[in-house]
Ligand binder design. Structure first.
Ligand code: SF4
Length: 382
């Protein structure tokens, strides 16, 4: 079989090596893995395909497990590459079935993923960065600042490793990029990782079941649409530039109108809509005038609004509106023909809510918290 020379090369930036100079084999998609194995190891396309399936479909942890690849090739692989994995630190299970996974990365930093069962659906919320540069005032992850970008393997390993731990017959049905970080701020690694999630030879998720949530890095929204047919969610949270700027500094760079213009141009398949997340803050964005402005703003966009009553925490003065206020806001939107739902808070007893991940990670470093966490998770004390 002849190698297709039009296959794209991974850039040097993405081809990360460890301290022994070995390549992170999970940073390759299939075309670039094939090219690398042919050029560097003298292997063929069949070897690459079998290796790719072994690591992404069967979770192979060492090249020895890939026994349908010839032994000399496996030896070369072990010398020049490694199979990256996230190290599980803690698993917390909420009373409502939500499960939070805390992972340690190679450099000791931590990230989290949250698994949310909801009827037939099993949604996995994954992280794209360690910390975040966007500094949204209501979000505790923003307090960390951006520590670093996650590698392709670190993003794609979250669904792989959690999926492989599930009881037989259960499968992750949906992936949402709503964990730590702004996914479009780690654009190339995000796209490469999602390609691996979507590839039928790898994790084989449906593009209809993957949603990328962004604060609105406007040029990247159009690029995302060009590169991947996934769903879009926008963290909006306000109905005017001035109001949004107070809680989301990104608004100084891209106005609400620019953001919505990008949303209007975002290609949507039949029956699909863009989800607009709206964190409701008492006395700030929860009035019926806010609701009216929101309806006007979203005119012409195939939109559904997900109202998220703020989850109070001691590090913020921000307050959660009364339940009646949230319901009145929703009814007002629906009364004006805007599709709107209220998000039920999941996993509150394990700090699984959006924006609490970073804080939880830092707490994980606290010995007492860690002791309690391990106890809840049924793990032995350290
Ligand atoms: S809400 Fe999202 S984009 Fe904003 S600081 Fe938090 S993690 Fe970053």
């Amino acid at each position: 079989m002849e190698l297709d020379r039009t296959m794209p090369r991974r850039s040097a930036r993405q081809l990360l090596k460890d301290e022994h100079g070995r390549v992170d084999i999970k940073s390759f998609d299939l075309p670039s893995l094939t090219r690398w194995m042919v050029d560097e190891l003298g292997a063929n396309e069949g070897h690459a395909l079998r290796l790719y399936k072994s690591i992404w479909q069967h979770g192979a942890r060492s090249f020895d497990e890939v026994d349908d690849v010839a032994k000399p090739i496996r030896k070369l692989l072990a010398e020049r590459a490694y199979i990256a994995f996230l190290t599980p630190m803690t698993v917390l299970r909420s009373e409502d079935g939500t499960v939070k996974y805390l992972w340690t990365l190679e450099d000791g930093l931590t990230i989290e993923s949250v698994l949310i069962p909801d009827g037939e659906r099993l949604t996995l919320c994954i992280s794209s960065q360690v910390g975040c540069a966007m500094a949204c005032t209501f979000c505790l992850t923003g307090d960390l600042g951006l520590k670093r970008q996650l590698k392709i393997s670190e993003i794609a390993n979250q669904p792989l490793q959690i999926g492989r731990q599930l009881p037989e017959g259960e499968r992750i049905t949906n992936i949402v990029l709503m964990g730590m970080g702004e996914p479009l701020h780690n654009f190339e690694n995000l796209v490469s990782a999602l390609e691996i999630c979507l590839d039928e030879n790898a994790q084989n998720f449906s593009h209809r079941k993957i949603t990328v949530s962004t604060v609105g890095l406007v040029p990247r929204i159009a690029e995302l649409a060009e590169r991947l047919p996934v769903n879009l969610a926008v963290s909006l949270n306000a109905s005017s530039d001035a109001q949004r700027r107070e809680i989301m500094p990104i608004t100084s760079k891209y106005s609400v109108e620019e953001l919505l213009e990008a949303c209007r141009k975002f290609p949507l398949r039949r029956g699909k809509m863009i989800t607009f997340e709206y964190v409701m803050l008492k006395g700030f964005n929860d009035s019926l005038e806010d609701a009216d402005r929101l309806v006007d703003l979203l005119a012409g966009v195939r939109a559904k609004v997900n109202l998220i009553p703020y989850n109070e925490n001691p590090d913020r003065d921000l307050k959660r509106p009364a339940d009646e206020t949230v319901v009145a806001f929703q009814e007002h939107l629906v009364g004006r023909h805007l599709n709107a739902t209220i998000r039920v808070s999941r996993g509150r007893d394990i700090s699984a809510a959006c924006g609490q991940l970073g804080k939880a990670s830092r707490r994980a470093l606290d010995a007492e918290w860690l002791r309690v966490a391990r106890d809840i998770a049924g793990l032995p004390a350290l």
